[in-house]
Structure formats: C-alpha cells, structure tokens
Write a protein that binds this ligand. Structure first.
Ligand SMILES: Nc1ncnc2c1ncn2[C@@H]1O[C@H](COP(=O)(O)OP(=O)(O)OP(=O)(O)O)[C@@H](O)[C@H]1O
Ligand SMILES: [Zn+2]
Length: 467
C-alpha cells in the first residue's frame, strides 16, 4: 500500500499517515461562513483538501473515506449582512432574509466549487441542523467544570484545559498579551471564549436552559465533527488563519468534552492566497471571487491548475501569467488525451509525489514527463487523480466563445507546422508562422511544445485561409 506522509501542524513535522481505522478514514475541514460569494482565497482549502480526498480514496478505496465539510450558517457576519439587506428595503422578517441569504450562498458555493472540479464532500452539515448536539456538548462542558453560564452567555474556561495553546505553540499568557481578546463583564478571564450567546427576538435563536440564543462559531465544528466522525478521527483541515483561535478552541472543547477521545490525529493547514503580500480577505477588501474569474472566461480547470502549481504550505498569489501558462498546458494535454482510453491506474511517479505531503507541483512535473514521453493513457489516468483533464469538466467550450472552432483549427495547423519542420518543408513551416502572426495568433515555442493565445486583433478569416 502507498505510504502517505503529511505535515502535521500539531507535531510540526512530516509524519507517516496511519489512519486510526484504515477501513474508515475520516477527515473534517472547516467550511465557509455563508453570506457572500467565495473569494479565490476561500477556494484554496477546497482544492487542497479535494486533492487529499482523491488521494485517500485512491489509496484506501472510495468507500473507506468519509470527508465532512460544514457550512456555518449561523454567525454574526450573516446576521449583519441580513440587517444591511433589511435596511436597504428588504421587507421580509430578518430570519427569512437570513434563510434566503444562506440558501442562496450555499447554492453559489456549490456551483463555484463544482466548476473548480472539487468533489462534494460526503457530508456537508449545516450548523443550524445540529444545534441540539451543540447544546448537549455545552451542557456536558458545564457539568465537567470547563464552562460556565452567565447573563445568558456560556463561556469556555480556557485555564481549565492545560493543553490550551499546544497546536499553535503559544502560552495562554502570550496569547493574552498578543491578541485582542474581548474583556466582558460576564467573563471570569479575558481568554474565555463564547460557547453560547443570547439572541434578540428578531435574530435566529434556539431555546436552551440559558435562554433563547445561538451557538458560538467554535462549538459548531466540535459538535458536528463528533456527531459525524466520532470522538477521534484522522485529519482536521483548514486555512492557517484558523489555527488560532478557532482550532485551538475546537481542541479545548472536544478534548474536555471527550477526554477519552483524541479528537483529530493530524492537523493540516493550507497557507494563504495573498495579494501583494497580504492575505486575501473580505475584511481587507482586497478580494475577487471565483465567479469573477469564471465570468472572465477562465475555465475552472485552469484556476485549479494554477493552485496545484504551489505547495499548499506555501503562500501563493494569483497572476494572469500563471493562468495563461496553465491554459496553454491544459489545452495541449486536452488535445493529446482526447478520445484516449485512460490507463488502468495513475502513474506511480504521480502517486508518489502526492503521497509526499501533497507535492502537487511535483505531480504536475510528472504529468509533463508523461506527456513528453507520449504516454497519453498514463497522462489521462494520472491527471484524473489531480482532478484534471476530466472530459465532463465545463468551461472550455465557452472559454473563447465563438473561438472554440478556432482553437481546434490552430491545434491542427500547429501539428501541420511541426510535421512540415520534421519533413524539412521550411517554406510551409514559415508560411504558417507568418500566417499565424497575420491572423493574430501568438505562438510561443516552449520546451514542452508550442503554446498559443489570441491577440486582440485576432482575425478568424485569415486563420481559415491557412488551411
Ligand atoms: N486568503 C486565503 N487563502 C487561503 N485560504 C483562505 C483565505 N481566506 C480564507 N481562507 C479559508 O477559507 C475557508 C473558509 O473560511 P471563511 O468562510 O470563514 O472565510 P473567511 O476567513 O471569513 O474569509 P475572510 O477572511 O475573507 O473573511 C477557511 O478554511 C479559511 O481558512
Ligand atoms: Zn472549524
């Protein structure tokens, strides 16, 4: 069996991955808070953990892997957005606006992430459907002395859990000094965080022994992962921005509620997608959405390919140049594998790269090697492991709109040019080169073969005349 090695943030090193139960590999990834279109930063964990999911399914069998990713559909940011909509004239009750907003956002999220070729997780729990489990967990924590109720709030008593800070490697006192912790009259200690808070009549709320209220964000993931995966599971993922406080708080809650369980064995964090050295985020306003890129004509597969070019543990940025190169490569590979029966399994070299802490850039280098060696069946099977070259994947036909026919003709003419060169028919090869230039097709010869793109003055009639 393939040995997978993963960097465990908790251990701060690369470890051999050994599932607790190899017939039931379990992974939980923190999903989006649903009030807005996903920006391209939010797509990074989706793609990273989709590749891991595909690798786990390949190694352990598709029926032996359970992937859970939640939707946070109760949150102050959602309430604030709904309040803005109401202030802007929406006449529905706030709760109805919230329901419509979260439903619509989940629909967008599915459409956008599907377009990136991400498989849907096995379970996608909505927090609002698991409130009972959250209340039960909070009651349990109070019973065990790890939480306390005050003024309609329930707080987690951070100093009651001695392991607090281990994941992020900081002491509680450092954290207090460094973080902007909210001091509130109902807190015993500034580090304590909210498990439950009161809701006004018009906000979403659920009845509890502490009054009508709603859960805090951190308890959602602890309760849902416990319900769907158990007290111990294999992998917990999310962006590095969630390591503290969100994941630290999840660990504290889950370890205190279920001291016999181990919660997550391996913690994996993707680094940030950045814009000029800063995390892309809604609060900084330096974001654009996956939908923006799709609407600009970038096929989802091209976006995916760009992400795979950088290791998940390194920061990355999005550039048009990367997109251009990705598109040229994929266009060429799509031409190579069209109508080809894939090999029965992916190439060992590609599996080995992915098994080495998801070395996606290395896996792509291996795909180039397969393409270069003419192993198109191997290329197709191996690309599938990365979620690439799927013939049902959309985007390509629309990418250049009416120019889809042109794409086929250009590829045909490039093949003709290569043949002419091989046959030393330089007159024909040169005529094609000049013809491309005149028609507005920019051709670039690279070690991997010819790449092309259309200039703004592209003239389909001139291209047609080159036949
Ligand atoms: N710039 C980014 N690069 C990579 N991952 C990101 C980035 N921003 C958010 N994420 C990840 O996206 C996932 C969904 O997070 P969530 O919906 O809470 O977004 P968010 O953190 O609220 O976004 P923002 O910071 O823009 O408000 C999380 O796993 C988070 O770590
Ligand atoms: Zn979470």
């Amino acid at each position: 069996m393939t040995t997978i090695r993963l960097t465990n943030t908790k251990a701060r090193r690369k470890e051999v991955f050994e599932p607790i139960d190899p017939t039931k590999v379990r992974m939980y990834v923190c999903g989006p808070t649903v009030y807005d279109r996903a920006h391209i930063g939010n797509a990074r964990p989706v793609i990273v953990f989709d590749v891991l999911y595909r690798l786990l399914r390949h190694v352990y069998g598709a029926d032996h892997v359970t992937y859970v990713r939640n939707f946070t559909d109760v949150d102050d940011k959602i309430n604030a957005r709904a309040a803005e909509m109401k202030a802007a004239g929406d006449t529905r009750p706030l709760e109805a606006i919230i329901r419509a907003l979260t439903d619509e956002t989940i629909g967008w999220y599915h459409a956008d992430m599907d377009a990136l070729g991400a498989l849907r997780p096995d379970r996608e729990p909505r927090a609002t459907e698991w409130i009972g489990a959250m209340i039960a967990m909070i009651e349990d924590l109070i019973g065990k002395g790890h939480a306390y109720a005050k003024e309609g709030h329930v707080l987690f008593r951070v100093r009651s859990y001695e392991g607090y800070g281990q994941l992020s490697g900081r002491s509680v006192d450092d954290m207090i000094a460094g973080a902007r912790v909210e001091v509130a009259p109902f807190k015993e200690d500034p580090m304590d965080f909210v498990l439950w808070k009161p809701s006004s009549d018009e906000l979403p709320g659920w009845d509890s022994t502490w009054g009508r209220g709603r859960p805090g964000w951190h308890i959602e993931c602890s309760a849902m992962s416990r319900e769907l995966l158990g007290e111990s599971f294999d992998i917990h993922g999310g962006g590095i921005d969630l390591q503290f406080p969100h994941h630290e708080n999840e660990i504290a809650q889950s370890m205190c509620a279920h001291p016999k369980g181990g919660f997550a064995k391996v913690w994996m964090h993707n680094e940030m997608l950045q814009v000029e050295g800063k995390k892309m985020s809604k609060s900084l306003g330096n974001f654009f959405t996956v939908r923006d890129l799709l609407d600009q004509g970038h096929p989802g597969e091209v976006i995916r390919f760009v992400y795979l070019g950088t290791h998940y543990a390194k920061p990355m940025d999005w550039t048009e140049e990367k997109a251009r190169q990705a598109e040229a490569t994929l266009r060429k590979w799509r031409g190579l594998v069209a109508g080809i029966e894939p090999a029965p399994s992916p190439a060992p070299s590609v599996i080995a790269a992915l098994a080495d802490d998801l070395n996606t850039a290395g896996a792509i280098a291996e795909l180039h090697a397969l393409a270069g060696a003419g192993d198109t069946a191997g290329l197709k099977a191996s690309a599938a492991l990365l979620g690439l070259l799927d013939e049902t994947m959309g985007g390509w036909a629309e990418v250049r709109g009416a120019n889809a026919d042109a794409a086929a003709l250009i590829d045909e003419l490039l093949a003709a040019r290569a043949n002419a060169r091989k046959a030393k028919d330089f007159a024909r090869a040169d005529a094609l080169r000049d013809g491309f230039a005149a028609a507005g097709v920019i051709v670039k010869d690279t070690p991997q073969g010819a790449e092309w793109e259309l200039a703004p003055d592209f003239d389909p009639a001139k291209l047609e005349a080159l036949r």
